[in-house]
Ligand binder design. Sequence first.
Ligand SMILES: C[S@@+](CC[C@H](N)C(=O)[O-])C[C@H]1O[C@@H](n2cnc3c(N)ncnc32)[C@H](O)[C@@H]1O
Length: 269
Amino acid sequence: VSAHEYPVGYGDHVKSLFSRRTAEVQAAFLLPYIRAGMQLLDCGCGFGHLTLDFANLVGDDGRVVGIDVEASPLQGARRATKERGLRNVTFQQANIYELPFDDNAFDVAFSNAVLCHLSDPLKALGELRRVVKPGGTVGCRDMDIGGHIIHPETQIIRKGLDLRQRAIAFLGNNYRIGRELRGLFLESGFRDVLASATCECMGEQDTLDHTCEYLAKQWDLAPFARVVIEQGWATPQEVAELRQAFLDFPRQAGAFDAYVWCQCVGTVP
Ligand SMILES: C[S@@+](CC[C@H](N)C(=O)[O-])C[C@H]1O[C@@H](n2cnc3c(N)ncnc32)[C@H](O)[C@@H]1O
């Protein structure tokens, strides 16, 4: 998979949405497996918000490496590392399919919202397994749009979500991979496989405004929006209307939005 198939892009609005992510929430399922002094790999780390949280968790005797296939978000990650004065974290441009690390180099490997963008998630899991020591832990988390609730589900919002999903799938991404994680981990040969799910809720004005502003900007900026127009699934005028509908959504009476995220951990045999 190459970066051009990544449907979301790396704009400031993406960075702003991801900056609200914390290891405490997004990696809660993995925290029981992380201890001070460990070597941890964050694959597809993007702007590195979770990576930097992991650096605090493993402490000065530990080490965290963040890798991403795209160079641009890593620049911001390196700046944030300096600003926070962290010395146990590094960022490297690399592909999850060909990790530039020796076998058994890490205690824990993690990915958040990455397997859904890959055409061969099993191959990626094989690489995560290779670079983690026997007895170490691999944990992956991805959303599953089958568990999406949005209210009120007006016709135009439904149309926008369907077109977005169609374009994302067209670009080779699988936003229903959450439910497959347990099977993928078992097929990869992990033991003690444990799958679970959590719900991310936009249940107050601030998170609704922030998320919907992001979704609206996506209709201007994200690679998937270009696909919708290029494929003739909607006109530029219709796309502009979709953009406006997402901007207006938080002011609908009783607006509420919730997504299911699935996660899985396994032990390297
Ligand atoms: C949705 S973002 C998630 C970023 C970060 N994990 C977070 O939760 O904030 C997905 C990231 O995966 C990266 N990615 C996609 N394909 C990749 C690959 N083959 N190898 C490494 N990273 C990849 C993208 O460049 C992007 O930064």
